[in-house]
Design a protein around this ligand. Sequence first.
Ligand code: UDP
Length: 342
Amino acid sequence: MKKTNPNGSGATVQPLALNVVAGGAGFIGSHLCRALLDRGESVLCLDNLQTSRPSNLRALEGHPRFRFLRHDISQPLPAELTRLAPRITRVWNLACAASPPLYQRDPEHTMLTNVVGTNNLLHLAEAAKARFLLTSTSEVYGDPEIHPQAEDYRGNVSCTGPRACYDEGKRAAEALTFDYGRAGRAQVRVARIFNTYGPNMDPDDGRVVSNLICQALRGDELTVYGDGSQTRSFCYVSDMVAGLIALMDAEFDGMEPVNLGNPHEMTVNELLGHVLKLTGTRARVVHHPLPEDDPRRRRPDISRAGALLGWAPRVPLAEGLDATCAWFAEELVAEPAAGVAG
Ligand code: UDP
């Protein structure tokens, strides 16, 4: 029996349909799990809790249609998944540390998570006849020479630098995913996620939005790497999750990647200005050296997502930053021992 999606997207939902969400306890993954539960679906979350906040998981664990299995996808998947295969309709791969300092801490594991882990999940999707979605990244464009970045740009990535474990890992994961798709082994979708922010980020993640907001709230020095003239384009997490679901739901052959992100580009200095204004902090700004291979600029061309999915981000930066700041303010009071990256 099918029922109509309560979110009114027009899609139908199978009550017994089971989503496997690898990385479901992470920042974007936890919002995705919540959105899938809200539309009446069931979720089995796989996560090794390497970079996830336990509170993200606690907020989901009481739900009757949610289950958690602690597992590292670079290892063979739990046998239980084979038993559940007839129920699995969708496999989402969001499992990988995404913040440069964290994914560089164990580069071998980052590479294997992307390559071996993606292969393990693709095998599962094939066995279950489930649709598979890989969350790839704007990092596949490296330090881009083409601006904004459209999906047909092949990128300027160093395969020897400190970001290679992630960038090249994701590029290999894309190659594997499209090979499964080409061979008819699984229906595949590939999203290239650009910088995303919002509640459930880890204060210790080391990303620019979380660092600046947490530093401002704590009265710590605000860290700008380099001269702050490098650009990024920041997407609020609810927009990102809507894009991921639209991509998974979309009926097309899936054999092309789709950029998801907010095309509103700004320098790190401009972002800093917004955070200073929003928090009213009088803390000092300090400059640290620009990390090696840090891309100079980044902005998604989202015309493909618009044409294929009818998707575009809706949440303006001021609104998203306000909500994120309010969430971090509560979070830092609730978990004072968690510490803040500086
Ligand atoms: N950055 C910064 N201060 C910080 C953290 C990051 O100026 O405390 C810079 C970083 O060098 C990069 C940009 O902000 O140019 C975005 O960094 P982030 O780690 O958030 O994401 P990336 O796009 O590099 O993966």
